[in-house]
Design a protein around this ligand. Sequence first.
Ligand code: PRP
Length: 176
Amino acid sequence: MPAQPEIGEILVQSDDLRQRIRALATEINRDYEGKSVLLVGVLKGAFFFLADLMRQLEVECEVDFMAVSSYGSSTESSGVVRILKDLDTPIQDRHVLVVEDIVDSGLTLSYLMKNLGARQPASLEVCSLLTKPSRFKVDPKLRYVGFEIPDQFVVGYGLDVDQRLRNLPYVAALKQ
Ligand code: PRP
């Protein structure tokens, strides 16, 4: 891949992503044994993680997507969330696992959990590849976490800066 000057330190290498995702899938396979799970991917950032995680699942699973947009600056969410694309199917009595790429302030997820929780799923849990615990403004109640990272703007493996750099196969800090 050509060197891109804005890409800083690599925080999570491809091999570590692969290994950790395999371990998360093992936990999910164990926890949902005998159940059918509906994975809800939050677009756009989660699509790499969701695809790689789902490939490792052995439990019965389906996938659906939501797209949300948070009012605020391009780098900070405000907690006021607009649903751009809702789920295609009702989730009442379903085991729902929300799959996120990153939980930063936790505000987007907090809105999503309230919204999805009101639809009376049988269970509602979250799996996030990355978290920035030092930035949490609300307790995001995450069942599965891939990596805790420091408070740096990160790109790659689905995460973007102005829609670019999602294609990097690793997670890197952006040079500010
Ligand atoms: C990211 C991420 C979460 C949200 C986390 O999405 O996927 O949905 O921000 O931020 P918060 O915890 O501070 O609310 P983003 O708005 O970057 O959209 P994208 O996934 O389409 O890039």
